[in-house]
Write a protein that binds this ligand. Structure first.
Ligand code: PMP
Length: 405
């Protein structure tokens, strides 16, 4: 079992007071806090072996290269993949854009792409680019409880479908989607399956051999690592066929005046000097999560989420959006007659950090017929006491706005 009290000792920021209250950080779906192990690892690189990678023959460059490529190995193991199947990008958004630009080059008029209505903008907007080419973007629906309407998805995936790109876990509804089944549906139609793992890889064991999808995108900053690092996993053969999006140094094999040939995967996707320090820091985040164990992470969040839903559900005037049986630790809610920004502002006064707004999911907001939502989301350092404070805060909001009974 996770000892959140003990884990908190590694997170200097969690000792902070906000508005004279102990910080309760419940905005983990947006970004997570960093343990000192990650911060120290980054400092250590800059203090002791800062150098450019791959090209140098000197000691510092060798050490930096070893640490950078070491992080790749750790990342690969974390999702049960090969090192060469792991590309470092800037974030989930960039990872998905690499695929969308490739699709822009290769898909033709009449081809189709399927996403779902619960997608984050980063898994909708890049694919919208293909509409310019006459590609049709199909949007699978959801059921009342916030689960994916898999029958609807199945009906949209036809021989015309080239790509099915779906969030593993929704940043708004919390829903965990059956990506293995979605992968099978895509493959049966001859389509490629892409998973947006931004909200799954940080929170549960994700095994790409078992899930058998072609691509997976996720972000370091949502799993205790630094900002500025994302991952694009791709099956070896798939990555080989993807055209690189950024071109320049390090991603080439040979360059002539008018042409160039590409480096091997994954380096053909990492043009220019990468974010070396943060890749190394990300490796420390992966170590940290491995030490806790991803099954334990999942268990802890399930417990917190169940507790939060149990405490919030009976409060009159409060609606939780997303009650699928399989769900992660993002709990979006609204309070009758109160704008979510007001909820977040009042809670901030209590030292409780939650998110409010459209959460980069405007098509979903329109579908739910809400302008915005409030969201609490949990991670390894959160405790039930913080949820109790959230509940007290919600009651305070209601009192101020005199909503419900
Ligand atoms: N997909 C989902 C489901 C997300 O929650 C997020 C971040 N909120 C993203 C994609 C985009 O991640 P990033 O901002 O790190 O690119």
């Amino acid at each position: 079992m996770i000892n959140a009290m003990k884990i908190r000792e590694d997170f200097p920021i969690l000792r902070r007071k906000v508005n004279k209250r102990q910080l309760a950080y419940l905005d983990n779906a947006a970004t997570t806090q960093k343990p000192k192990q990650v911060i120290d690892k980054i400092t250590d690189y800059y203090m002791n072996y800062n150098a450019n990678i791959h090209r140098g023959i000197h000691k510092l460059s060798e050490e930096a290269t070893e640490a950078y490529e070491g992080s790749r190995g750790k990342t690969a193991k974390f999702v049960n993949a090969q090192s060469r199947e792991i590309v470092f990008t800037k974030n989930t958004t960039e990872s998905l854009n690499i695929l969308a630009y490739w699709a822009f080059r290769t898909l033709k008029k009449g081809d189709e792409v399927v996403v779902s209505i619960m997608e984050h903008h980063s898994n909708i907007v890049p694919w919208q680019m293909l509409i310019e080419k006459g590609v049709k973007l199909n949007i699978a629906g959801i059921r009342k409880d916030g689960s994916l309407d898999i029958k609807n998805l199945q009906s949209l995936v036809t021989k015309k479908t080239k790509i099915v790109s779906i969030a593993h876990s929704s940043n708004v509804l919390g829903t965990i989607n059956p990506v293995k089944e979605i992968g099978r549906i895509a493959h049966d139609a001859g389509a490629i399956c892409v998973i947006d793992g931004a909200q799954s890889v940080p929170h549960m064991p994700v095994d790409m051999k078992t899930l058998d999808c072609d691509f997976l995108a996720f972000s370091s900053h949502k799993m205790l690592g630094p900002t500025g690092i994302g991952v694009l996993y791709g099956k070896e053969d798939m990555l080989k066929s993807v055209t690189p999006f950024l071109r320049g140094g390090d991603m080439i094999k040979e360059v002539f005046q008018q042409t160039a040939s590409w480096n091997d995967i994954p380096w053909k996707f990492e043009a220019g000097t990468p974010n070396i320090a943060d890749v190394i820091g990300f490796g420390a985040a992966v170590d940290y999560l491995n030490k806790i164990g991803m099954k334990e992470v999942r268990k802890h969040e399930e417990e917190l989420t169940k507790y939060a839903i149990k405490k919030m559900s009976p409060i009159s005037g409060v609606t939780i959006h997303g009650l699928a049986a399989e769900r992660g630790g993002a709990v979006s809610f609204s309070i009758d007659g109160v704008h979510p920004h007001d909820i977040a502002t009042i809670l901030d006064g209590e030292g409780i950090a939650i998110r409010s707004g459209h959460m980069c999911a405007q098509p979903l907001m329109a579908h739910l017929n809400v302008p915005a939502l409030a969201r609490a989301s949990f991670y390894v350092y959160n405790m039930k006491e913080e949820i109790d404070r959230l509940i007290v805060g919600i009651e305070k909001v209601k009192k101020i706005f005199k909503t419900g009974r």
